[in-house]
Design a protein around this ligand. Structure first.
Ligand code: NAD
Length: 499
């Protein structure tokens, strides 16, 4: 990025008309670059470009759109190390994570939707009323306003953009103002791959100004948002003014239920990986372990041991296990939850402090004994913090797992298939893992229930999110009076019924 041209509108980099802000590397505290934010006028220009592009993009055959998306994936695959290094620089996540998880996951998602573009599904055309043929058309909606968070900047951008454009829509994406780099690079790859101008526009700026200008723009057909529940609720309120469609992927507080018949070594390793991945800044991260009384000490002891061993530090060093959090402010917010849990009598078995490092670092942390109704167990901390509580029977375990406003993801650890089936049935979440926690695949849906939002990312269901279904009915009866007209015109009824 040069010359403060951080907006990507109509296939061109462009400088935003708003105030200039400094982007900071959270692992070093050093400035990365200056960003001129997008104003409402910049958002309007992006929406106009997307609206114009929609007229032709939505009319392309699925095969042609699919070719464009494959070309984007091919272009991006030439720059994997550049994407990975930038993702690490702007987020503080480890280079291992960026290289092995974020970038390949994004590429796989693009390739999935390049294929899915050609796989629209619906009811069979047929005669559902005498003398007629009915069929459905799945149609793109128009300009989609997408707003994304900072935790997986590239993956979240891809999850928002790809199903929408595969279905024939065009996009104005606002990445988080803390992490705009890789979304910009994606738009640049799209331009280099020959994606028509205006199909993918990126505007960078604050939520209040740039984000709200997208949500309130009259030519935006739908708002697709990934972020916190509080902002999601606010966006839903604004969108209701124009009855815009919304798609909300919100916060989570995933339970991690360990039954007495579980493989405790596997569960402990799973818990550490799933609570510290991406610095715990993952909406599906394991945050609340519920562990059967008989295996509680064994499980928590092993989790603490594994957490103690983790190397926290320079995210660019391939031997680092966990990098920094997104900002010093956010790290201090995480530390505040742990300090208050201590004050209320909970015990910290591992971590619970800031290491002696410059930057937004925090140790992986295990808290036991925080009450079920305390903020450490109920609120989204969004850091590498796992709480653990005991249960004594299956009904209690499931009831504790469901006792939160969120419902994004959950896991159950057991060697009993009936228990696994009961847990997957009764836990209120968009995804339930059995004997694992975290992996998602492009082919399967992701999205929550309750305060975690609604709508699906990934999979063929995401294509449906970005389309509407139109019913087309053809009446083959050439006579001016149709059979059903008798319900309106008396003369269409048999003579005996005309009085
Ligand atoms: P956030 O809600 O603060 O911000 C998300 C995005 O919304 C950012 O781009 C921000 O600039 C924008 N925004 C903020 N205020 C806005 C407003 N008034 N109008 C329009 N846009 C506005 O979230 P965050 O801190 O960036 O991300 C962390 C949150 O995201 C966590 O709650 C996490 O659980 C959630 N998340 C959910 C999923 C999921 O799939 N459900 C995935 C990743 C992250």
């Amino acid at each position: 990025m040069t010359n403060l041209e951080h907006q990507y509108v109509n296939g061109q980099p462009k400088r935003g008309g708003g105030k200039v802000h400094t982007l900071v590397n959270p692992a070093t505290g050093l400035p990365i670059e200056e960003i001129a934010y997008a104003t409402a006028d910049d958002v309007d220009a992006a929406v106009q470009a997307a609206g114009k592009a929609f007229l032709s993009w939505s009319r392309l055959t699925p095969a042609t759109r699919s070719e464009h998306l494959h070309a984007l994936a091919n272009q991006m695959s030439l720059k994997v190390p550049v994407f990975a290094a930038l993702e690490t620089k702007q987020t503080g996540k480890t280079i291992r994570m960026s290289t092995e998880f974020d970038v390949p996951g994004s590429l796989d998602n693009i390739r999935f939707f390049a294929g899915a573009a050609r796989n629209r599904q619906g009811l069979a055309a047929g005669q559902y009323m005498d003398g007629t043929t009915s069929m459905t058309r799945r149609e793109a909606l128009g300009v989609i306003g997408s707003i994304a968070p900072w935790n997986y900047p590239l993956q979240m951008a891809v999850w928002k953009i790809l199903p929408a454009i595969a279905a024939g829509n065009t996009i104005v994406l606002k990445p988080s103002e803390l992490t705009p780099g890789t979304a910009w690079l994606l738009a640049d790859c799209a331009a280099a791959a020959g994606l028509p101008d205006g199909v993918l526009n990126v505007v960078v700026g604050s939520g209040r100004e740039t984000g709200e200008a997208i949500v309130n723009h009259k030519s935006v057909a739908m708002v697709s948002f990934t972020g916190s529940t509080a902002v999601g609720r606010h966006i839903m309120g604004m969108a209701s003014q124009s009855a815009k469609r919304v798609h909300l992927e919100l916060g989570g507080k995933a339970p991690f239920v360990v039954f007495d018949d579980a493989d405790i070594e596997a569960a402990a390793r799973g818990a550490v990986a799933a609570s510290t991945i991406n610095g715990g800044q993952d909406c599906t991260a394991a945050t609340r372990a519920y562990v059967h009384d008989s295996v509680f000490d064994h499980f928590t002891g092993r989790v603490a041991e594994l957490m103690d061993r983790m190397i926290v530090g320079d995210p660019t060093d391939p031997s680092t296990d966990m990098g920094s959090l997104i900002s010093v402010n956010h790290r201090d917010r995480v530390a505040g939850f742990v300090d208050r849990a201590r004050q209320t009598g909970a015990t910290v078995l591992s971590g619970g402090y800031k290491p002696e490092l410059e930057g937004a670092f925090y140790r992986p942390t295990l808290i036991v004994g925080a009450p079920q109704n305390s903020e450490a167990v109920q609120d989204e901390i969004f850091g590498p913090v796992l709480t653990a509580l005991r249960f004594s029977n299956d009904t209690e375990a499931i009831s504790l797992a469901n006792d939160t406003e969120y419902g994004l993801a959950a896991s159950a650890w057991t060697s009993d298939v009936d228990r696994a089936m009961r847990a997957s049935d009764e836990i209120e979440a968009g995804c339930v893992w059995i004997n694992d926690h975290i992996p998602l695949v492009s082919d399967m849906p992701h999205g929550g229930v309750k305060a975690s939002g609604f709508g699906k990312d990934m999979s063929i269901y995401a294509l449906e999110e970005y389309t509407s279904v139109k019913h087309v009915m053809i009446n083959h009866d050439k006579r001016p009076s149709k059979a059903w007209h008798g319900t309106v015109f008396k003369e269409n009824r048999p003579p005996s019924e005309r009085q």
